[in-house]
Design a protein around this ligand. Structure first.
Ligand SMILES: [Zn+2]
Length: 401
């Protein structure tokens, strides 16, 4: 479905700023028997709303296709970094929101319940909501009650039977929602008057400043910045109370929304967004030139390694890696295989590029180079794999050496 109106303000005054070509769904890892089937590809480009400054994908793949036709492969409990981050987040959010034991905390897009486990340990009542069948089942097994559905008026009604929520969290999922107005209409009645809605997700400002273009993929409907959200939440009688950046996923923003006044952090981030030219079309012309330079540089590096007889693998088969591989046209000509720690991915193939995914143990001494696809956890991966293979040359995608 082509996007013709801004998801936040409804304006049709949209301009295309970034065009990455046609891509398959980044999280649609391909099973062996699907290798000979036609793979659906969709346009992957970003629009800027000239009215409110919001950025969004130009094409939205229906959510049912994104999350329910295939097993969703991201399991937040699989990464030690994620567990630590979400445990800390539960404590930090509870402190700022002033939530007490017994209060209801709801997580939308709760995955296997890693964040809610943090709130549960603090004595709060928890309830997850997640549309993916296999992931919601894992959460229930982990002792986190989970409604297996998209967020909707029906899901909100289920929550309200438990009492209204003091805290509603949503990590790396608000940017996946296509109808944000319906979403908020269902959310407001489930939130207490003194409640806080907390969203955390990759920050568009960081994407722009650090050229994290591979975090653009079809599962991401929107690219979030603070300024456009201010006006959006006001439509629902809410305001952005507080906003802070953190290093998770190499650059996230955590936004607290509720009734009351904004603190100084909100104006500070909006100033940074304006200063970086986030809402100016001209900014993206330069950005796209840099992407082309990064692509040429990375291909040059891989081709040189291959010509010298090298064997290259890709490590950390993250969804964003698929934008990188497909934008750069990298396939088995250049890379032998990909590796990942998740049993949900091992044995499958990367979408589009069809690299077989093996466990990290498949890296042996014949491998000379490792392209880090999950660059947000590069230090962790290098620390884990580097000592076993001291001659391995690591390549990170956004850096021109
Ligand atoms: Zn807009």
């Amino acid at each position: 479905m082509n996007v013709t109106a801004c998801h936040l303000c409804g304006s049709s005054n949209l301009v295309k700023t970034i065009d990455l070509g046609f891509h398959p769904l980044a999280d649609f890892f391909v099973k062996e028997h699907q290798l000979n089937e036609m793979e659906r590809r969709y346009p992957l480009s970003v629009l800027l709303c000239r009215e409110c400054g919001h950025s969004m994908n130009s094409y939205v793949v229906p959510a049912e296709v994104r999350y329910q036709e295939n097993d969703y492969s991201y399991d937040s409990s699989n990464s030690k970094i994620a567990i630590q981050h979400f445990t800390d987040m539960a404590r930090e959010v509870s402190e700022r929101a002033g939530s007490a034991p017994g209060d209801l905390v709801v997580d939308i897009g709760s995955n296997v319940g890693t964040l809610l486990a943090g709130f549960k340990a603090l004595g709060m009542r928890v309830q997850g909501v997640d549309p993916s069948h296999n992931i919601a089942a894992l959460a229930v097994e982990n002792g986190i009650p989970t409604i297996n559905d998209f967020w909707s008026e029906a899901a909100s009604g289920e929550i309200q039977k438990l009492g209204k929520a003091k805290v509603i969290t949503m990590t790396n999922a608000f940017n996946h929602v296509s109808d944000l107005h319906a979403f908020m209409k269902a959310l407001v009645p489930a939130l207490r008057d003194d409640g806080v809605f907390v969203i955390e997700l990759p920050y568009y400002l960081t994407l722009l400043l650090k050229y994290h273009f591979d975090t653009i993929y079809l599962e991401h409907v929107s690219y979030v910045s603070v300024k456009p959200l201010m006006a959006f939440f006001e439509r629902f009688g809410l305001t952005v109370l507080h906003a802070e950046e953190n290093d998770y996923m190499s650059g996230s923003v955590r936004i607290f929304v509720g009734k009351g006044q904004s603190d100084a952090t909100v104006a500070e981030l909006i100033e940074k967004e304006k200063a970086a030219g986030l809402f100016e079309e001209q900014t993206y012309i330069e950005f796209c030139k840099k992407l082309e330079a990064l692509k040429v540089h990375l291909l040059g590096e891989l081709v040189a390694a291959r010509k010298a007889g090298g064997k290259i693998v890709a490590i950390g088969a993250a969804a964003k890696g698929n934008t990188l591989l497909n934008y750069c046209g990298i396939d088995r000509t250049l890379i032998d295989f990909a590796t990942d720690a998740s049993p949900l991915k091992v044995g499958k193939y990367t979408p589009g590029s069809h690299l077989p995914i093996k466990s990290d143990d498949a890296i042996d001494d014949t491998v000379t180079h490792a392209l880090i696809l999950a660059w947000n956890i590069a230090d962790f991966l290098i620390g884990k794999i580097g000592p076993k293979h001291p001659h391995l040359d690591f390549i990170t995608p956004h850096v021109i050496k």
